[in-house]
Ligand binder design. Structure first.
Ligand SMILES: Cc1cc2nc3c(=O)[nH]c(=O)nc-3n(C[C@H](O)[C@H](O)[C@H](O)COP(=O)(O)OP(=O)(O)OC[C@H]3O[C@@H](n4cnc5c(N)ncnc54)[C@H](O)[C@@H]3O)c2cc1C
Length: 320
């Protein structure tokens, strides 16, 4: 029987999957179409794509920096150069911005190369029959495993595993904030000497010029726009039906940059209901040896890819 079933192929799921696969059999399930979770990359056409979740990685810890630098050596990651404008004028340490060579889902892709994984496999329920776990998918399929690890955002973890979680876990105060992201491609607009813009605005807080990542060469200009948390909170439940929200953020961008609306050739809006939690928890991960149930994810520590990676490494140590 399978040793570990892992729910989620984001940074934490792929990291723990890779670490456990050195010793155990592992199968990763993800409801999405491909790996990466909130670090996904969306293709527009051929090699033109948007990083619509994670924008860049700026490692803080020595271990994570070493890992990312190693991926740079392997040509999986690189530094995002160019002009990063910050109109918030927040005082911050200047740190390097690392991105994936082909997309910001590079960590998941790298770690899961040799691991068994199934996409479009949404887990509906899990059941512990005292001997093993029965994992039921939305499509009616069942998977059995000796141990299970969940790596989803906190609300989704509670929904799936709630009845198996100790109170100290289910009672954690983890508020995962929303974000609305818009991907835009403009036809034949002039290229700009800018890589990203951080706005001091209540609605639009970030714009990334995808062309500046030098992953493709195109006369089309691709931009990823991200909203403020406060604005996303008001619009996350109705942005699909009510196009006013999408139009507001696009108009803001057009006014700020002078780009023309009639040059838009591609537009896609993605609502992240659980984008990140601003505060972490006292734990780094969770392992229930008796039930053989584990949890790791960014939300244990805080809202960054690095924290998802650290949480998975912490869980791997607990399991060993
Ligand atoms: C808009 C946005 C911008 C961000 N910008 C940055 C940034 O610039 N830098 C940075 O470091 N961090 C950033 N973050 C945070 C970063 O994305 C996360 O910290 C990190 O990706 C979390 O990884 P994870 O593996 O813990 O969770 P996730 O990536 O959320 O992985 C969980 C996975 O579980 C899957 N899943 C959920 N439910 C089920 C189910 N029922 N069945 C099967 N699969 C399921 C999901 O599809 C997903 O793939 C950003 C996040 C967002 C949303």
């Amino acid at each position: 029987m399978l040793d570990f079933c892992i729910i989620g192929s984001g940074v934490s799921g792929s990291t723990i999957g890779y670490l456990l696969s050195k010793k155990y059999s592992v199968h990763i399930l993800d409801k999405a179409r491909g790996p990466g979770g909130r670090a996904s990359n969306k293709r527009f056409k051929q090699n033109l794509s948007f990083d619509h979740g994670v924008q860049y990685i700026s490692p803080k810890s020595k271990e994570f920096l070493k890992f990312i630098k190693n991926l740079c050596k392997k040509k999986e990651a690189k530094i995002w150069t160019g002009n990063h404008l910050d109109f918030t004028f927040e005082k911050k340490e200047i740190s390097e911005k690392f991105i994936g060579m082909k997309g910001n889902n590079f960590i998941s892709k790298f770690y899961t190369k040799k691991i068994k994984k199934s996409f479009q496999s949404s887990v509906k329920t899990i059941y512990n029959n005292k001997y093993f776990w029965e994992i039921k998918l939305d499509n009616g399929e069942y998977i059995q495993a000796k141990s299970i690890i969940l790596t989803c955002p906190f609300p989704q973890t509670k929904k799936i595993a709630g009845k198996y979680l100790e109170k100290r876990i289910s009672n954690l105060k983890i508020n995962m904030e929303p974000n609305i992201t818009i991907m835009l491609a403009f036809k034949n607009q002039r290229s700009v000497p800018v890589s990203s813009i951080k706005f001091n605005d209540d609605i639009l807080t970030w714009a990334a010029f995808e062309n500046s990542k030098n992953r493709f060469n195109s006369s089309n200009s691709l931009w990823t726009l991200q909203s403020s948390i406060s604005w996303a909170k008001k619009n996350i439940n109705n942005y699909k039906k009510n196009k006013r929200a999408e139009n507001t953020i696009i108009s803001k961008f057009l006014n700020l940059t002078g780009y023309k609306k009639n040059k838009i050739i591609f537009k896609k809006t993605h609502g992240w209901k659980y984008s990140y939690n601003l505060n972490g928890s006292p734990l780094k991960s969770y392992w229930n040896k008796k039930l053989r149930l584990g949890l790791c994810a960014d939300w244990f520590i805080g809202p960054k890819v690095e924290n998802a990676w650290l949480s998975a490494n912490d869980l791997a140590k607990k399991i060993k």
